[in-house]
Structures are given as C-alpha cells and as structure tokens.
Design a protein around this ligand. Structure first.
Ligand SMILES: [Zn+2]
Length: 165
C-alpha cells in the first residue's frame, strides 16, 4: 500500500509508503485528500484510514528539473512497442542517426524498431532508406515518467496524475 504525494501546487511529487505518509500528516506537513476506507491502519489511538493521496501544506522546490533517464525499456514504452517506421510490433531500438556516425543515445535519437526494419536499415539514416519517422522522437513528459513509482498506479491517483500529464 503506497501513497501518492502531491506538491502544494497539486503536481505529483513522489510515491511513499502509507506509514511515511501518515507521519507527514501527523506532523502537519501534509493533508490527506484521498482515503482508502476499506483497509484501515490500526495505531495506538485507534483506526486510521490509509491515505491514498496526500498534499503537502508547503510548496517544495524540486532541484534540477525533471529529466527522465534514457533506457531501452523506456524508449519501447514511450513508442508503445510499435516500430517508428512501419508501426508493427517492435522489440528492438534503433538509433535514427546510427551510432557509428555519431548518433547519440538520446530520447531524440532512439526509437522503437521492429527486427525487420532494424536489419534493413543497419547503419543508414532514414533519409538514405527513403523512410519517414511516424513521429518526432523526444523525451517523454508527464508524472507517469518523472515521478518514481507511479507506473504501478492506484486508481485513486489517476485524476491527479492526469492533471499533471
Ligand atoms: Zn518496422
């Protein structure tokens, strides 16, 4: 059981254990805005509803902005496991500008790719192949990407995550 923590401006900030969330609430650092009522926690002073979503009482500044590290899994997830060239099911990733020609390991230069297109393309560019990218690749945005732990979403969190996406 985990709790979504929102910044005072309602943007998703973190996912913590409900115990940690209760401590924040008891110290007046946060207020509960969504409860899970069917599974209370028993403390020395009786039953507490499990907090599903809490909001901080004071705004917390997040240092350094939110960058999502590039991973193979992340690229496949961003592109919906569909080939960026032919839209068929993709299990590999392709460097749009091949690595052998200076292409970077970046969100902008990596796309999901099916095995067939990957083999055909090899170390050529899409232009040389006469292929078009179905979309312009870039870093993913939204709380599902930038807040650790939100990929396994609680239904009670969804309205708050959508708000931020
Ligand atoms: Zn393909």
């Amino acid at each position: 059981m985990r709790t979504l923590v929102l910044n005072a401006g309602y943007e998703p900030l973190a996912v913590v254990s409900f115990k940690r969330a209760l401590v924040l609430v008891m110290n007046d650092k946060a207020t509960v805005i969504e409860h899970i009522t069917d599974n209370p926690v028993w403390g020395t002073d009786g039953a507490h509803d499990r907090p599903a979503v809490i909001i901080l009482t004071r705004y917390v500044r997040v240092p350094g902005g939110r960058t999502v590290p590039v991973t193979r899994r992340g690229v496949l997830r961003r592109d919906g496991h569909r080939c960026a060239y032919c839209a068929k099911a993709a299990s590999t990733i392709d460097h749009v500008l091949p690595r052998s020609r200076g292409g970077a390991d970046s969100w902008e230069n990596l796309v999901a790719c099916c095995l067939k297109c990957n083999n055909l393309k090899s170390d050529r560019t899409p232009q040389e192949m006469g292929w078009d990218l179905r979309f312009l690749p870039g870093a993913p945005r939204g709380a599902q990407w930038t807040v650790r732990g939100t990929d396994r979403t609680d239904p009670a969190w969804e309205p708050y995550l959508e708000l931020a996406a």
